[in-house]
Ligand binder design. Sequence first.
Ligand code: MIC
Ligand code: SF4
Length: 643
Amino acid sequence: MSSLTEKIIKAHLEEGETIIGQEIAIKIDQTLTQDATGTMAYLEFEAMGLPRVAAETAVSYVDHNTLQTDFRNQDDHLYLQSVAEKFGVHFSRAGNGICHQVHLERFAAPGKTVLGSDSHTPTAGGVGAIAIGAGGLDVAIAMGGGPFYFEMPKVVGVKLTGKLPDWSSAKDVILELLRKLTVKGGVGKVFEYFGPGVDTLSVPERATITNMGAELGATTSIFPSDQVTLKYLKMQSREHSWKEMCGDGTDSDYSEIIELDLSKTEPLLAKPHSPDAVVSAKELKGTKVNQVIVGSCTNSSYKDLMTVAAVMKGRKVHPNVSFAVVPGSKQVYEQIARNGALADLISAGARILESACGPCIGMGQAPSSGGVSIRSFNRNFQGRCGTPDASVYLASPEVCAACAIRGEIVDPRELGAAPKIDWPAGISIDDSMIIAPKQNPGEVQIIRGPNIKPLPDMKPLENSFKKEVLLKLGDNVTTDHIMPAGAKVLPLRSNIPAISEFVFSAVDPKFVARAKEKQGGIVIGGDNYGQGSSREHAAIAPLYLGVKAVIVKKFARIHKANLLNFGILPLTFADPADYDKVEQGDVLELDGIVDAVKNGGTIRVKNITKNYEFLTKSDATKRNAEMLLAGGLINLTKERAKP
Ligand code: MIC
Ligand code: SF4
């Protein structure tokens, strides 16, 4: 008897055994990249010297860097389009929508494995795929046909019963789980949904839940593929990709079971500045609101936008609120335009944006100073919206619409009868914004504008070094803290020297100057270090500034893999109490590094400034050790390719 997760993993297993915590390697069927991580991923793919992608389906999306305030983002898009045409990758143009929404609609399929250079790749778990977020280099390897390595996760069964009541929504289900489990509650786990409540949720609702499983720190989340999945795929004219898939239905298939009665969910919000700071809408009643935005890969489906349009119909946006709507894909945008719902939104006073990530990644719509913004998004880390002192709350489209009307946080149940949304009978499928790869790749010239800079050189691991602690941080540090995004920084994603000037800028504006003056150093962190985004710039840019080791209580999965891929030594405190003793400015000496890394052992660290020693652990696998010793995975791949 086994879970659906185990079945799919076993069917794709290339190395290792499915024993919890052990490193395994799986074959990847589909790859996904987006423009903010994709430029690096394709530069890395090019560095591998392969003629064509080997994955069954590879798709490159343009959705993050769509604000064109100068030549840079557009330069990156042209590079991505030409590289896609040459190497056999489908190219989803700017305007076609957010990668996860479009992938769900047009490519994801039950039983497939998907690896994406974006942490919300698990959205595709909504149709029964094992979809995992990873750094660009891991995705580049998968594009080349290489397997993906990760630790066999525990499979948590989430047993859903009941049916969502009026005004409650899929967002409230995942917010409830975040309230219970916190942002580190899913580390090393897959959340597999099962039970009678599953039938009551449509695929986009399921995808909202699997999408935001990323905020639990989970490896991925998955729903079974059933008649509801078939209906969705039929609507997408893709019924040929359907097959029925589920776990064996026994509780013993799972390491742990969480029961959730959908009929008991109520409208919730996550308070600033963490997706797990969840409270009910009732508790926040009366909080004045300046901005509301509905969109992002979490909540911008047809049902989401139709619900908001139905609530807004005949009503007006509150005079103190700026209300923006960001359709998740061209398909959804076109549908609401054709059926008139868009007109209802415009008439109510909504500001309609293009189909892209937009405000979710700080590309426009930054709130006012100290402003309160209610967003149907998945992350509300401080400063991510572009305004450091703004308060961002995460909520369902239903709660968002109610707040936009009232100008304050309100439980949408106060608005009376809930809207009932029917799925359209059929939709016209138009893939004209997805460009197929060229059949004659030899004729494609790769376009490299001045914004595309080559990857920096990476050096082999040293056996010993003495370096200063450049920065000491607490728990749950996000990759948005390490390497901020937003309209100013995102255009530099293909230019490591330029983007490195912003490392830790939101936490400590003097970090970069200090790192340069000290010629690199060490960073100390707490629990769940590097949670959030998959951006490998949070490893490459610190490396460029000379960061040699990061010592923490515990790492988040994707960030740790990125550090290893680029040759930064990830270490954990053998005794977490030692975290308290070390301070910023202390000089630490590490010796015997090579042996410890090779044997997965401990490294003794001398605190020269305070004159004591402590132990750190490297749990590098043999594969990790080879990468570290070579100065990262690119060097290792090149070494191996030498005749
Ligand atoms: C995010 O939501 O944080 C992003 C922007 O989509 C990132 C990817 C990136 O930094 O480019 C993610 O989730 O991985
Ligand atoms: Fe884009 Fe936001 Fe989704 Fe990241 S979380 S992919 S920025 S919409």
